[in-house]
Write a new protein. Structure first.
Length: 763
């Protein structure tokens, strides 16, 4: 400490203040009392946070051990420690309370473990151990685990712990969420069993400390006195348990500084509550609010586009991002005909970037859902474009896809033992390791594939009871699927196989965000199969894809979800699939209404602000799902982009209509969502320029401010009952008209909702 003071004192200005703008300096120098630092995307909040830490140490306002500094990830904690170390030297080594919520809570809990019935050397269970323990309790309670999956209970208990709820807090309504009212009972049994094992899960680390701080005032007083200053990063991502824990610790001194951005709160699905940051001034009366608004990352057009979208959210703390960077290019908004064209167009645009001499490492594709990556992966492999998936596996490497492919491989090739091994007990069929080992022994003894050995072992006494019965069903199913493969289209075969095997039902019963994503991936797999002539051709394609790893050190395009991209930045960002139902997610709207819509809009804000120089937003007019083309309209977020910051372009190939999506304002953009239809502004705003068919692709580039047609007025030449033609769906009759949107009963495709610019009158 003395060494720091001596080496720094002669300087006119401490090094940690150099280069900071006025609001950042204010955030550093305002040390006493509650402070909320609203840090917009790319505004240098990490620089301000580390400088504040350095200032507290440098000015001797607190010893390093008297500062509690909380981050959300180990990476952020490491970066904070390294930055502070460069500013204050060895003093950073004396900061034992700089780390993640869980790391700090674990350190506290080991000191007071006996107060919740644990010993200080307690074990922290990983997810697998947690699921194994819960499954034991479910089976002991005679609950059908297939009907009420273990993962569902694990997810529910995690939610309760994130809310700071102990078993005694679980009322009948909450308990009803699992196994017809037995959720609370199993939660209590689980917690009792953990104590007996001298163990806890990650949720317990904070929950136990919350209980201790509430019930042992002496312990609370000890920490309130110890921590002279509290600093919290990414405050908008705190859940109820973290919020309550922090509020208790800060109540005595109230020297708490929280850094966050309510416009970047995108993790409600894991318990985060944007309300925590919104009510900071209510929790800490007299709090000083400092806004970091100068952006060092993006161009004015990118910031203008992002600000225009997020302004449609209500209840915001409010800020206005600005930058001194050159104006740069406007945000591109491109409309394409379908998903394959979207992938082709992105490939073309990236190739232009590469030929201009820019590195592919500075290019990213952001998707709303993981299943969207498949089309881009296939396209990039076809054209030799190196890429990597961040925050997940490549599409064909995901566990559910490998399982599905293993089923298909067994049907296609009876001698594929590796595939049979993978699916023999997936989903669970009661075939343990001993049963599988006996099948292996017979296969080796007879020199036959495992599928043949499995059929033969049924005629012996090697297996008995449930194992024999379930293996018999599997063997019979495989034989039947092989017979069906001769006459049934391979994509339809895959659908039936996944349903009849119980694989789809396994994830449907789980009812979690992760399971929903897996089901979406399986749907995308089936859709991908439709593009190939046979099952064999498709499996060969997959083998080639899996073998194409590329050079790990070569520049690569990054593909990831928007959630995974938070905190990252790239020169060029492609934002794909901006269509109603995909983004914003229809499932989110159906489940959460206006609240979920606002989080989806925050996600759009995060997506746009990942770009430094160029953001390209793409929406497709059609998506193919389960073998049928579904028409789409642009995301409502496209409508919210300010005209002065975007250029729109619509490319329609393959004899499609010239289509320009234009939008008009609406007084209440949430009206449809509030009424429960899940439809917002996008359903009211789309309009077109008329219908013109051509044999050549059409491409139009314009600034939206010069759009030809505005509003949602439909065509005057259409009426109910008229016979029309659609390029993808064929002939049909108009059943309903709503502005420029039509409900049409197509002769081959059934009823579809399409825009009137996509149809032409027929005799």
């Amino acid at each position: 400490m003395n060494q720091i003071a001596q080496t720094s004192a002669p300087q006119a200005e401490p090094p940690y203040l150099r280069g900071l703008n006025p609001p950042q300096r204010e955030a550093v120098l305002t040390t006493d009392g509650p402070v909320l630092i609203i840090a917009g995307a790319g505004t240098g909040k990490t620089a301000a946070l580390t400088a504040r830490l350095a200032h507290l140490i440098f000015t001797k306002k607190a010893w390093p051990s008297e500062i509690l500094s909380v981050t959300f990830t180990n990476k952020a904690a490491r970066e904070m420690r390294e930055r502070v170390g460069r500013l204050v030297g060895d003093a950073v080594e004396g900061m034992p309370w700089l780390g993640t919520f869980h790391a700090i809570a674990a350190k506290m809990l080991r000191r007071h473990a006996e107060l919740v019935g644990l010993q200080s050397n307690f074990t922290i269970l990983d997810t697998d151990d947690q699921l194994r323990l819960l499954k034991q309790l479910i089976l002991a309670a005679d609950i059908d685990e297939k009907r009420f999956p273990t993962r569902s209970l694990a997810g529910l208990i995690d939610q309760w712990k994130n809310k700071g709820l102990v078993p005694a807090d679980i009322d009948a309504g909450e308990s009803e969420r699992y196994a017809n009212g037995r959720g609370g009972e199993l939660y209590q049994q689980y917690q009792t069993r953990l104590i007996a094992l001298n163990a806890c899960d990650f949720g317990d680390l904070l929950l136990h400390m919350l209980v201790i701080l509430k019930t042992h005032r002496d312990v609370l007083a000890q920490y309130q006195q110890r921590f002279k200053y509290i600093m919290v990063d990414e405050y908008q991502d705190t859940n109820s348990s973290q919020y309550l824990w922090l509020r208790l610790l800060a109540q005595e001194r109230k020297n708490i500084a929280c850094v966050g951005d309510d416009d970047q709160s995108i993790y409600s699905w894991r318990g985060a509550q944007v309300e925590n940051i919104l009510k900071f001034e209510r929790d800490f009366p007299g709090a000083k609010v400092i806004r970091l608004e100068q952006n060092y990352r993006s161009t004015p057009h990118i910031l203008g586009a992002a600000s225009g979208v997020i302004a449609n959210n209500g209840g915001r703390l409010g800020k206005q991002l600005w930058t001194e960077r050159d104006v740069g290019e406007k945000v591109k908004v491109i409309g394409v005909w379908d998903g394959p064209e979207e992938a082709r167009r992105v490939g073309e645009e990236i190739d232009i970037v590469r030929r201009s001499g820019k590195s592919l490492d500075e290019v990213a594709i952001l998707v709303r859902a993981q299943h969207q990556t498949r089309e881009f992966e296939d396209r990039f492999i076809a054209i030799g474009m190196p890429y990597k998936i961040v925050g997940g596996f490549r599409f064909y490497e995901r566990a559910e896809i490998r399982d599905a492919l293993a089923y298909l491989r067994v049907v296609n090739q009876p001698a594929d033992d590796l595939a049979f091994e993978r699916i023999v007990n997936v989903p669970k069929r009661g075939l343990g390791d001993k049963a599988v080992a006996r099948i292996h022994q017979l296969a080796r003894a007879t020199g036959t594939p495992l599928t043949t050995a499995a059929a033969r072992i049924l005629d012996t006494d090697e297996l008995t009871g449930a194992a024999k019965k379930s293996l018999g069903r599997l063997v019979g199913d495989i034989a039947r699927w092989r017979d069906m493969a001769a006459s049934l289209p391979h994509a339809e075969l895959a659908r039936q196989l996944l349903d009849e095997s119980g694989y789809t039902a396994m994830y449907q019963a789980e009812k979690s965000v992760e399971a929903t994503g897996r089901l979406e991936n399986l749907s995308e797999l089936v859709r991908a199969m439709e593009e190939y002539d046979s099952l064999g051709a498709f499996l060969e394609h997959v083998s080639l894809v899996m073998d194409n790893e590329g050079g790990a050190q070569d520049p690569q395009v990054t593909i990831m979800t928007i959630h995974a991209a938070k905190g990252l930045e790239y020169d060029t960002v492609f934002l794909v699939g901006w269509e109603e139902g995909l983004f914003p997610s229809q499932r989110s709207l159906d489940e959460g209404g206006v609240k979920s819509l606002e989080e989806e809009r925050r996600l759009a804000y995060v997506a746009i602000t990942r770009a430094r120089r160029l953001a390209v937003i793409i929406h497709a007019a059609n998506r193919r799902i389960y073998g049928q083309w579904n028409s789409s309209i642009p995301s409502r977020f496209v409508a919210e982009l300010p005209a002065e910051h975007i250029d729109t372009e619509t490319t329609m190939s393959g004899g499609a209509s010239l289509w320009q999506a234009n939008w008009s304002d609406r007084a209440d953009p949430f009206a449809d969502v509030a009424r429960g239809t899940g439809r917002g502004p996008g359903w009211q705003r789309a309009s077109g320029t008329g219908s013109t068919f051509s044999n050549k692709p059409a491409r139009v580039v314009e600034s939206r401010s010069s759009a030809i047609s505005l509003g949602n007025k439909g065509r005057d030449d259409l009426s109910l009952g008229m016979r029309v033609f659609h390029q993808k769906f064929g002939y049909g009759a108009i059943a309903e008209i709503e502005g420029n949107k039509l409900e049409i009963d197509f002769e081959s495709a059934g009823r579809k909702r399409v825009m009137d610019t996509f149809v032409t009158l027929t005799p």
